[in-house]
Each structure stands twice: as C-alpha cells, then as structure tokens.
Ligand binder design. Sequence first.
Ligand SMILES: Nc1ncnc2c1ncn2[C@@H]1O[C@H](COP(=O)(O)OP(=O)(O)O)[C@@H](O)[C@H]1O
Ligand SMILES: [Mg+2]
Length: 249
Amino acid sequence: MALLTVTGLVRRFGSLRAVDGLVLSVEPGQIHALIGPNGAGKTTAFNCISGFLAPTAGRIELDGCDVTGWPSHRLVSAGLSRTFQVTKVFDDISVRENVALGVRSRLRMNRRFWPGGAAVSAVTKICDEILDTVGLTARAQSAASELSHGERRVLEIAISLSVAPKLLMLDEPTAGMSAGDAGLIGRLVRQLARTTAVLLVEHDIDLVLGLSDRITVMAQGRAIATGTPEAVSRDAAVQEAYLGRSVDR
Ligand SMILES: Nc1ncnc2c1ncn2[C@@H]1O[C@H](COP(=O)(O)OP(=O)(O)O)[C@@H](O)[C@H]1O
Ligand SMILES: [Mg+2]
C-alpha cells in the first residue's frame, strides 16, 4: 500500500486552477521528486498535502487514513513533517536546543507514555541520535546563527526529523547551496530514506535524477508523467513541457 495517495487534487485561486486534478502516490521507503516548469503548481500541491492550504477538491490519504483538509499540526502527529523553502530555525539558541524543542513537542503529543524524568533522558537520547544521523554532532553546542547556509538547511531537516515522520517533505532542500553542499544534502536524503519516505520539490535536475526512486513531472496543475528517472527523462510529454520554457534548475 502507498504511504501517500493523492487523487484528483484541485486548488483554485479565483479562476486559476493552480493544481488541477493532481494524482500522486509515494511508496514507503522511497524518494519521490516533484518537478516541473515554474508555475506548474508544485508549491501549491506541496502546501495542500502538508496542510498549509485547503484543497478545493480531491482526496489525500496518509498511511491509509483520509487526511484531506487536515491542518498541518494534525498531519505532523499523523507522521507528515515538512521543511520550508526559507529555513525556519531559532538563531539565538543552540543547534541541540533547536532539535530538542521539536523532540519535546513530539513527546508531549505522546505524554502518557513518558512520565516525569523518563522524558528528559528520552529527549537527550533522541536528540543525540538525530544530530548523529544528520552529521551535526560536532556543532551541537553552537548557536544556530553561527552555522553556514548548508548547515542551517541540515539543521532544518534535523528539526523535521524530531517528530519521527513517516513522510518527510522537503521544499527545495538545496536552494542557494554550493554544488558541494548540495551533494551533502543528497547523501543525507538517501540515508534518511532508510527510515522515512521522502517527497521533495527540487530544482537541481542532476540531483533529482541521481537521487530519486520515482519522479512526478507536473505541468499546468497536473502530473504529466510519473516513473523512474530513466523513464521520465525519455518521456516525450516531459520534453515538450520543458521545451521553450524556463526550466526549473
Ligand atoms: N496564493 C496565491 N494566489 C494566487 N495565485 C497563486 C497563489 N499561489 C500560487 N499561485 C499561482 O498558481 C500557479 C502555480 O504556482 P506554484 O504552485 O507556486 O507553482 P510552482 O511551485 O510549480 O512554480 C501560478 O500561476 C501562481 O502564480
Ligand atoms: Mg514553487
């Protein structure tokens, strides 16, 4: 069974159908990229799926549960976590404390399982694991403001992991990064996919082709192709959609 199933998703802005009948499904453990020309509706679809915009029509299922129209905080407790194109990090506190804030809110959601002091050591243990996973252990005590741009993006992913998502949604994780840092993010995403499915919007086509298990190409609010990187890059409709337009890369 698919982890995320989107059927007939529509989002209108006035008379404009920014998303116009999108069909998308993400399998457990897979890295799934959403690409397409500017204005195709990728961000709008992302916002609908993650509960930041109400869909006009359609159905969104997460792990077999109908979550259509759920607000983002409810989706987070259901296992869907996302990052934003513009990093949301608290500058004045340490890297570790940024992650701990997320972990504590996750434990609060399940507070009956974490009485008193057990919660404190649980937070410490989970923070350590997450920082180790993303490779920020050496920076744990640094103020977030001291991080490089690439490290901040990694911290944002670490914060998203604090809720132990089943589906991690990344909005342009390599935006504004050097090629070296982008490669780092690619390796991190590959590693994260061992424990969570990943849906990402990404403009770096080379990264997308090298990283993704499946790719959905959007144009004019719809999916015009879905498949492996090989199949999608051979697809005539995909080449047509990109032809003569500004290609997202
Ligand atoms: N809040 C909004 N109000 C009105 N139109 C919007 C809004 N957000 C996006 N759009 C329009 O919807 C279309 C799809 O936009 P978007 O989802 O941002 O595309 P993409 O992320 O693929 O570039 C565009 O024509 C855009 O101008
Ligand atoms: Mg966009």
